[in-house]
Design a protein around this ligand. Sequence first.
Ligand SMILES: [Zn+2]
Length: 63
Amino acid sequence: MATMDQPITLDLPLDWPEPEPGCDVCTALAEQRANADGRGDRSAVTDCNVEIRNHTRRHRRRR
Ligand SMILES: [Zn+2]
């Protein structure tokens, strides 16, 4: 097999789930994550990322 050229994103951590628009939980977690990121608290950022991923199939959306 030939070697594939894979672009590497350096400015984002590997695990950076996007919050679901309209989901209250994601919105709150994304806000916490932004705050943690702003103060350089990497472990809090990771916690928020894990929480967002964990409930990704159970978004709370209003109809
Ligand atoms: Zn959500």
